[in-house]
Design a protein around this ligand. Structure first.
Ligand code: FO1
Length: 312
């Protein structure tokens, strides 16, 4: 019999913080992370997978936790030289980080799938958790603005998520397939956790894979989400703005609604305790704790709260 595992659906920064806590509470080998690829992009001919890298770097203890992305003790000499050629440097690829993108792009061009590439590279970095791209097929988040359709990184990094948002879509998601390991991970999990990630641009592209959404509806495991919102504001990033643009109430209730067809429980912050009864009537259970994770100790406490209050 396979050992029990915990499956986490994840974006970048918020999920990375939570996972640093989770691996202090359960054996890292028992953690599976299904990661968003909607943020993936091509820069200088290299395949960049920002969320996969944030998760892998965090689990390897190498994430720059102040920035929330990239490697700690990073330098940007290569980028500075590129800028000196008069080329745009708004997407800040660090010197060591470039090694990740060069290796991944080389392995992909030699015929490996994204999943195989991530497995090989995460193992090489000493990560024992399974880091699973939600799909090996190209799925790209597109943000419709009055200036036109933007790729996610253009919207998020270049334009600092300032443009007005008319809609969000996931190009390629209808045709994309989830790897069997992703679907099995959801079906056979001890507990499925939706990380405190942006419901629209981090979790949304994963749920846009219809096989994943179906697996979440069918799994016998409890599915629990951690709200990325406290009150009507995101802990970080554009979740509030994007939820509003997509017609969701900007609150933990709105987050629960994004996941209404498969969610059993949502964890909300103590400051939102008064909302608990209004969410509960929708048959979704509510648990209340402190959601802020300024450090690994707070992340461990949140992970303990979730794993130890697992109701089954
Ligand atoms: N985020 C930024 O805000 N500015 C950057 O210049 C930037 C560069 C970058 C390079 C590699 C990488 O893996 C991630 C990078 N990120 C950067 C983070 C990333 O774009 C976003 O945090 C995620 O896509 C949102 O989850």
């Amino acid at each position: 019999m396979k050992p029990a595992h915990y499956t986490v659906l994840a974006g970048g920064t918020g999920a990375a913080k939570f996972l640093r806590g989770l691996v202090q509470v359960v054996p890292e080998e028992q953690v599976h992370v299904i990661v968003n690829v909607g943020d993936d992009t091509d820069v200088w001919g290299l395949h960049i997978s920002p969320d996969i890298d944030s998760i892998t770097y965090a689990l390897a203890g190498k994430l720059d936790t102040l920035r929330g992305w990239g490697l700690v003790n990073e330098t940007f000499r290569c980028l500075e030289t590129i800028e000196a050629f008069g080329m745009p440097g708004w997407f800040r690829l660090g010197d060591q980080d470039l090694a990740t993108h060069l290796t991944r792009t080389h392995l992909l061009r030699s015929g490996l799938s994204l999943s195989e590439t991530v497995e090989r590279m995460s193992k090489a970095m000493g990560v024992k958790a399974r880091v699973l791209p939600a799909t090996d097929d190209p799925v790209r988040t597109k943000v419709e603005t009055p200036q036109g359709m933007l790729g996610f990184q253009e919207f998020f990094v270049r334009d600092q998520w300032k443009p007005e948002v008319r809609s969000v879509s996931y190009a390629g998601a209808t045709e994309a397939r989830a790897p069997a390991v992703v679907l099995d991970s959801i079906r056979d999990a001890q507990l499925v956790i939706i990380a405190p990630s942006n419901p629209i641009t981090s979790i949304g592209p994963i749920l846009a894979l219809h096989q994943v959404r179906e697996a979440l509806r069918c799994t016998r495991a409890e599915v629990i989400a951690i709200s990325p919102l406290i009150g009507n504001a995101a802990v970080s990033g554009p979740a509030a703005k994007l939820m509003e643009a997509c017609g969701y109430e900007v609150s933990p209730s709105g987050v629960a609604r994004c996941y209404h067809d498969f969610l059993n429980n949502i964890v909300i912050d103590v400051r939102d305790g008064a909302l608990a009864s209004s969410i509960r009537y929708e048959t979704i259970g509510v648990r209340v704790t402190n959601l802020l994770m300024p450090d690994d100790i707070a992340a461990r406490k949140l992970a303990e709260f979730i794993v130890l209050s697992d109701s089954r």
